[in-house]
Design a protein around this ligand. Sequence first.
Ligand code: PHE
Length: 358
Amino acid sequence: MAGADPQALKDTLLAAIGAASTPDALEAIRIEALGKKGELTQAMKSLGQLEGEARREMGQALNAVKDAVTHALESRRSDLAMAELNKRLEEEKVDVSLSHRPETQGVIHPLSRTLEEILAIFAEMGFVVAEGPDIESDYYNFTALNMPEDHPARQEHDTFYMTPNSEGMRKVLRTHTSPVQIRTMEKMKPPIRIIAPGRTYRSDHDATHSPMFHQCEGLVIGDGITMGHLKGCLIEFCRAFFDVDDLPVRFRPSYFPFTEPSAEVDIGCNRDGGGLTIGAGADWLEILGCGMVNPRVLEYCGIDPNAHQGFAFGMGLERLAMLKYGIPDLRPFYDSDLRWMRHYGFMPFDPPSVHLGL
Ligand code: PHE
């Protein structure tokens, strides 16, 4: 092949590459040119038959052809891949303008809506969502929350117990979301700022109690956290949630084994004329429990109470939903009655936002 014509070789190969319409065809050309027995490879091998200057010149020329061919192969390959992708995009188009089906109009349950609103407010304050299991160990639901075996507060929880295992250990359906506090403190180092919504269970059933209900827990742990932070955070929450800027909020001393001091939070309301309006008035409504995390609870979780402090709070979602949206009875919450849903439900395409008002 000493008489190879580099220019002609290059022209032929580039033309073939330009005409290749599939990756397979392109690969065949590559093998034909640059494979072991390829034209270009053979031409390069036969360089040895040339002498001196002629050999140098031919070598350079062939190298230039090789570069040009390699480059052309690459760019054709990416062109073909792009064309293939565009073809697929064209073919696999989804028509999002498909008209909706009026017969399947869904609505958001008031409980989901209430939770979304609560999360929107706390997310704005830098809280993140945490979760824990519905079926809890006695340790997380009670003991680590400073309610040891014979603590009287345990009785007040109307606990559902599971069948004991072979060692006599019985799990419980969590009676509150507070065990998520413990699970979080075991996993995360301070600073901690979590909000933990979920199902809770107590053996209680009437117009205002359901054996399954929902709570939302909050926990903040850090350096130098005080009751002032707790108050600021919860007053802000109440005013944002009920959308009343000057909503009166009061903290009434209370008792929870896992917080010290503890308080219950009331908001102002008015019962004049038989109705109920949230806002300044003669009456108060209790809406949540809170307090500074008991140092004993911090110790259970391996956090040094001298280095870190915090506050916690818990609220019932059903109660908040009923108060905000004027829903008089708790029971239909779980009846899946479409007439009730259409009356109290929310538009799915209108999610709550702190900026647009809740
Ligand atoms: N777990 C308490 C309850 O179920 C509420 C609460 C949570 C109180 C956190 C204080 C702190 O009533």
